[in-house]
Write a protein that binds this ligand. Structure first.
Ligand code: ADP
Ligand code: MG
Length: 261
């Protein structure tokens, strides 16, 4: 019925009007010492596409995300954005991180700074915005994540869900072209998951190119254009959410889904 089983470049339905390849990962390998974690990842992410990455713990999902924005150096293979190879040693790290925002499980806000200062720090330090512009932009972003009244608060006074929404606003302050989320809701109390997913959902709807590593299968199904199932450092199977969840073709995928669904 479908061609969803593939470890090669995605050839299925395109999400957006343009759908140009935005990120191309090719033959990516990553080892930590003897631990060969990523074992040949080929993945294309189209402009405006929302890709959910699922898979067992330890399968290399976080490592893959970290290789996408140069938080890890790859062992071999390439990661290109708009055709530019980011794995090239000459590529400027600041510029890469400007283009590719990341939100982590633990929010990593600076505790001694206000919410507003957390959000304006990078754009000001990297010379992207003047202080007044950075502040105006931060307020706009806080409104977008529903936290306008928290601009002067310190992170310690916020709930987990609020902190994560600030972390998302902070990543957006750099005007990234791509957003990476690594289990952004995993550290949250259950009653706070919804408010963070709501912000991520809004971003997805706005056309942002996104890669979400998530344990929230219902959310992956609802919000993503494509689901990638990883295990043991390879992409086992990928496809549209209805197909991957409804009709997985690989035993490994079925086994995983039977445990988490
Ligand atoms: P996942 O996110 O799917 O749970 P990870 O990418 O975090 O998987 O981890 C995959 C493997 O890589 C694990 O065996 C982990 O111990 C190893 N690993 C991840 N980061 C590092 C690191 N910085 N140093 C050494 N080993 C690491
Ligand atoms: Mg992880």
């Amino acid at each position: 019925m479908s061609d969803t089983t593939s470890t090669g470049p995605w050839t299925g339905r395109l999400n957006t009007l343009n759908g140009q390849p935005k990120v191309q990962v090719s033959e990516l390998h990553k080892s930590f010492g003897d631990n060969h974690v990523l074992r040949g990842i080929d993945l294309t992410i189209n402009e405006g596409e929302v890709v959910a990455v699922i898979g067992p713990s330890g399968s290399g999902k976080s490592t893959l995300l970290r290789c996408l924005n140069k938080l890890e150096e790859v062992t071999s293979g390439t990661v290109s954005v708009d055709g530019e190879d980011l794995t090239d040693k000459k590529v400027d790290l600041d510029r890469v991180r400007q283009r590719i925002g990341m939100v982590f499980q633990h929010f990593n806000l600076f505790p001694h700074m206000t919410v507003l200062e957390n959000i304006t720090l990078a754009p000001i330090q990297l010379g992207k915005l003047k202080p007044a512009e950075a502040k105006a932009r931060a307020i706009e972003l806080l409104e977008r994540v529903g936290l306008a009244e928290k601009a002067e608060a310190k992170p310690a006074s916020l709930s987990g869900g609020q902190k994560q929404r600030v972390a998302i606003a902070r990543a957006l302050a750099m005007d990234p072209e791509i957003m990476l989320f690594d289990e952004a809701t995993s550290a949250l109390d259950p009653e706070m998951v919804g408010e963070v997913l709501q912000v991520i959902r809004g971003l997805a709807t706005s056309g942002m190119t996104m890669v979400l590593v998530t344990h929230e299968m219902g959310f992956a199904r609802e919000v993503s254009d494509r689901v990638v199932f990883m295990a043991d450092g390879v992409i086992v199977e990928q496809g549209a959410p209805t197909e991957l969840f409804g009709n997985p073709t690989q035993e490994r995928t079925r086994d995983f889904l039977s445990k988490v669904l």
